[in-house]
Ligand binder design. Structure first.
Ligand SMILES: C[S@@+](CC[C@H](N)C(=O)[O-])C[C@H]1O[C@@H](n2cnc3c(N)ncnc32)[C@H](O)[C@@H]1O
Length: 278
């Protein structure tokens, strides 16, 4: 499709795709964000590749199987006991459960997601894990069901790229953080603009590619919301995953673009951190 997309089309496509993942049995952890549309293939790395294996050993398969992220924001956030944490786009709940362990019984974790089927899975997983300090809420990250200045740390894993209004997501994050609070995000970003045919493809949007912002615009949007000390590090995808994505794009990608070595660094997973001034 080539006509301009509106926010409501994007939200519907995203909700539909992640609703399908939530309802699929068994869950397919590699079908979330990435350069390749893994729903058409099985050979991509799983999203749990981003985590330290030791942190996953006693998580139920229903939790790891629905991991659809592109990083490990819980480690990035350096959580402390007693903190209140908010996960934007909590999906099946993996980062909420890992965060709940770090903040302990005196801490609290809120997960917000707009896809009812995902929320249902997350709550079922919560029952299996007896994670009493976790609260899953239905809502959009552009309009958070969370009180002003009530959260110590916000985490998010491969979600903000899916939003049709990213500046509003960062304004909401700023609103709900306490002064001095931290934003710790893993997300898909680009180095330079994406070609138009990818930006206007709803499936590519729902696969976390078309909505990915240039890293400099992403950082600028966070700073525009009021955050300070914003910085990032890049993690690149394995070359074979990029090759596979290029193959799937087939004729739609020009030969000279296909053979340009910068294609391996055009889309990457960023670990982004910033603070609300104290
Ligand atoms: C790629 S999955 C990541 C899920 C989870 N963070 C993880 O790492 O497994 C994206 C999730 O974000 C949710 N989502 C996407 N856009 C959203 C929005 N605007 N508001 C709330 N949730 C959203 C989807 O429903 C889906 O569960």
């Amino acid at each position: 499709m080539t006509e301009p997309m509106n926010a409501s089309d994007i939200r519907s496509a995203v909700r539909e795709r992640y609703g399908r993942y939530a309802e699929s049995e068994p869950a397919r952890s590699s079908c979330g964000c990435g350069p390749s549309d893994c729903c058409e293939s099985e050979s991509v790395e799983s999203s749990i590749q981003w985590y330290d294996e030791a942190s996953l050993v006693d998580l139920p398969e229903d939790v790891t199987g629905l991991s659809l992220g592109c990083g490990d924001p819980v480690t990035l956030a350096e959580l402390q006991p007693g903190q209140t944490v908010l996960d934007l786009g909590s999906g099946g709940g993996i980062d909420c459960f890992l965060a709940a362990r770090k903040v302990g019984p005196t801490g609290y974790v809120i997960g917000v997601d707009m896809t009812p089927a995902m929320l249902e899975k997350a709550r079922a997983n919560q029952g299996k894990m007896s994670a009493e300090n976790v609260d899953f809420r239905l809502g959009e990250i552009e309009h958070l069901p969370v009180a002003d200045a009530s959260v110590d740390v916000i985490i998010s894993n491969c979600v903000i790229n899916l939003s049709p209004d990213k500046p509003q997501v960062f304004r909401e994050a700023y609103r709900v953080l306490k002064p001095g609070g931290r934003l710790a995000v893993s997300d898909m970003v680009t180095d330079g603009p994406l070609p138009e045919y990818i930006k206007t493809n709803l499936s590519a949007w729902a696969g976390c590619v078309a909505g990915a912002l240039d890293i400099h615009d992403y950082i600028a949007a966070i700073e525009a919301a009021g955050f300070v000390n914003v910085n990032y590090t890049a993690e690149y995808f394995p070359a074979e995953m990029v090759d596979q994505a290029v193959e799937e794009l087939g004729e739609t990608i020009r030969f000279e673009d296909r053979t340009d070595p910068s294609i391996y660094r055009a889309l990457f997973s960023a670990r982004i951190s910033g603070y609300k001034p104290g």
